[in-house]
Design a protein around this ligand. Structure first.
Ligand code: SAM
Length: 370
């Protein structure tokens, strides 16, 4: 197979932005390029909100306060709060840490998040707003109050989960393979939990080791490496509860390769100019997971992706965790889990510092006299 273009662009680049580890390629950093990307995104956003204004009958409008009116405000507020927190940048893992945390060679530490405005456009598309070609998600795939479960596959700092939790969904969940990112999301959760309107759960997890995403209905994934695209496609296709996948990608090639897209498709919503704070621009592809599309993905991804080596350890634990933490009495359990994890983290560096100091002392003691 020829090397993937996504891989080329996302492998650690020559230049790196200083903001939350988002990667910027040379061409995107060219003078004037960022401004033109921002201008273009603004025009697209305006066009989309016009289309949305025209849209009649929003399922969520039955609530006292229409969340569409306050969504952008909520997302900016959450973003402002989280920007004040010191976020840990993922360390370069040693071989033994990779083994311990289950980080595969494919995992390249791609971090970074999208602008709240861009995520808001995604949320609106999931509520029926049309894209710039006038295509909108069919009503049966929309997010629904008290029914839909949103999941960010590779949730990083937790922003998309917190943003979507402004809606009165059944739950908003996320998992990430990187323990440092999971801790970032825990610290964020503690700051924003009082502003959230639906149950939230975040935990460590590897998308290549999960059997089923039940009870998730709407999956969101920032897709990078080709193997991750393949495993994510297979995972959503074999999870009967998942109705929609929002894939954030640089181009369509790998979505096509894995059967998620096809030339005959006319039900896909595409949002261009989905941006990171550093200026990197992606597209959001909103894909309804119809039965025929799921079959196509299963055929394209093949048997290899159906059962993953080591999956037994994580088997069903995803569903168990989601149900445990998002049940009516689950908030207290999740809050306790977060507090306990933060407590453990606070004591861990001290322990390692003292271990390091002890070993330095031991070395000094052993150092031969000159
Ligand atoms: C570009 S970041 C996106 C973060 C978040 N979704 C957002 O939009 O703000 C991609 C995340 O995927 C995580 N990731 C990579 N491979 C993964 C895997 N196999 N399972 C779970 N998470 C993974 C990384 O640790 C990283 O935090």
């Amino acid at each position: 197979m020829p090397p993937s273009k996504t891989l080329d662009v996302l492998t650690p680049p020559k230049r790196r932005s200083t903001r939350r580890g988002s990667y910027i390629s040379e061409s995107e950093n060219a003078p004037g390029k960022k401004e033109s990307i921002a201008r273009k995104a603004k025009i697209e956003e305006k066009d989309e909100s016009k289309v949305l204004e025209k849209r009649k009958g929003n399922d969520l409008s039955t609530t006292n306060e229409d969340p569409l009116c306050t969504l952008a405000k909520h997302m900016s507020k959450i973003n402002r709060i989280l920007n004040k927190i010191h976020e840990h940048v993922s360390p370069k893992f040693t071989a033994s840490e990779r083994k311990k945390y289950g980080i595969t060679e494919e995992y390249g530490g791609i971090t970074g998040t999208l602008r709240p405005k861009s995520i808001e456009r995604v949320a609106r598309a999931l509520l029926g707003a049309a894209d710039d070609k006038g295509r909108a998600l069919s009503k049966e795939f929309w997010l629904r109050d008290n029914e839909s479960v949103f999941c960010d596959i590779g949730s990083g700092t937790g922003r998309p989960v917190f943003y979507f939790a402004h809606m009165r969904l059944r739950a908003c969940v996320g998992f990430d393979i990187d323990p440092a990112q999971v801790m970032n999301s825990f610290h964020g959760y503690q700051k924003v939990k009082d502003s959230l309107r639906c149950p939230v759960a975040l935990f460590k997890g590897d998308s290549t080791k999960i059997d089923s995403l039940a009870p998730v209905t709407h999956a969101f994934a920032f897709l990078g490496y080709s193997s991750i695209v393949k495993f994510t496609s297979a995972l959503v296709a074999r999870s009967p509860s998942v109705r929609v996948l929002v894939a954030i990608v640089l181009h369509d090639a790998e979505l096509r390769e894995n059967g998620l897209l096809h030339d005959d498709d006319d039900d896909i919503v595409r949002l261009k100019g989905i941006q990171m704070p550093g200026g990197n621009s992606y597209r959001a592809v909103v894909i309804p997971l119809t039965t025929s599309r799921k079959k196509r993905v299963a055929a394209c991804t093949g048997k290899k992706c159906r059962r993953v080596k080591g999956a037994a350890s994580d088997k069903n634990s995803f569903t168990e965790k989601v149900l445990k933490y998002t049940s009516p009495k689950g908030k207290a359990a999740f809050d306790a889990f977060v507090a306990e994890s933060i407590q453990k983290q606070a004591s861990a560096p001290r322990a390692s510092r003292s271990r390091r100091a002890a070993s330095n002392n031991a070395k000094e003691e052993k150092a031969p006299e000159r």
